[in-house]
Design a protein around this ligand. Sequence first.
Ligand code: ZN
Length: 421
Amino acid sequence: MWEAPAETRPRDALERETVAGMRRTLAHALGHEAWRRRLPGVEPGDVRAAADWSRLPFLTKDELRDAYPFGLACVERDRVLRVHMSSGTTGNPVLNPYTRSDVEQWGSVMARCYVAAGVGARDVVQITPSFGLFTGGFGFHYGAERIGATVVPIGAGRTALQLSLMRDLGTTVLTGISTYPLRILEVAREERFDLASLRLRVAVLGSEMWSDDLRGLIERELGVTTFDIIGMTETGGPGLGIDCAARAGIHVWEDHYFCEVVDPATGRPRPDGEEGELIVSTLTREGLPLIRYRTHDLTRVLSRAPCACGRTHLRLDRLHGRTDDMVIFRGVNFYPRQIESLLLQQPGAGPEYQIVLDRTAGGRDRLALLLEAGEGFAESGLPRLRHALRERLSLSPEITLLKAGEIPRAPGKAVRVVDRR
Ligand code: ZN
């Protein structure tokens, strides 16, 4: 472990630390006019136990957008060391101003994540997310430097170069967006690159939803053990948590973040084990503290018991999807990940797919599934896939089979749903 005393702290001590962090964060935020307006009458001393936190209102992404650029920032401009920005497609982006302490905090939670993934000073870490306003590149970079690994900061794209550098520099750890390994595998096939020439053993992946089946495919084809890392621009980038070698859920660093799972419709807490929306509060961030931020990510608390790895920090389930990427089609609800899992369970179906929704001239919703598939899939796999979609998800989409490479590849996160309705 990177910080064993903190990572193995007994729960009662951890909970005291949480309450202290809540009070500190409230006092810090309330030092700023915009937060006093948001939280009238609230005093840090009101928080006597973690349960008191649920009396505070949620913070929404819209509020952060409306506060563009620095309306809810809690730092004077001359103390801002760096700015990161969330990738949004509509409206104002969300900016997160980092103080020196925030950059330090980020490096240390990322260092913990690497060590939880079994990465150390002898590793060669190749960083494939972009370096820029997106938090991916820098987060992986600072964490890897902190643990003393060799960093290959190549950034996004140039996949053929990524492969030859991995081979020539003996890269042992791949970091990236969850679907990027698919692109690596694809380019390796095109270039007849010998994957056996690589020394990769670990892949730390995140930033988008990826099913257990996709995870299995990446591990098999790339010969790596994968680790699922979570975090977003608003929380300070990747590093909110990661799963460990016990693969028994994602540890969230509770001395830095307080997580709740609530019913997305009513906002009421969900009991441990039940799925709901993840709410994140920061306990140690300065530039943009979060107090009950609605992430829209769906998960559940798996356990608060000590893990086989020795860490005591609570474990969340892998993210199941987002409250806002649930697709509703003729009254049937589903998440793209459910389709992905069914696809990958059929031999011959590729991991590349796209769900297209549109509306006919007659006003009827139409669901199409574009799917890259190998030779012979139409006869063998397709009938099974249709059956599984109907039985498991009550869906009967029009399925179009495409050749490898025909679905356009987006730079960055994969586009799984195109909704033209
Ligand atoms: Zn563990």
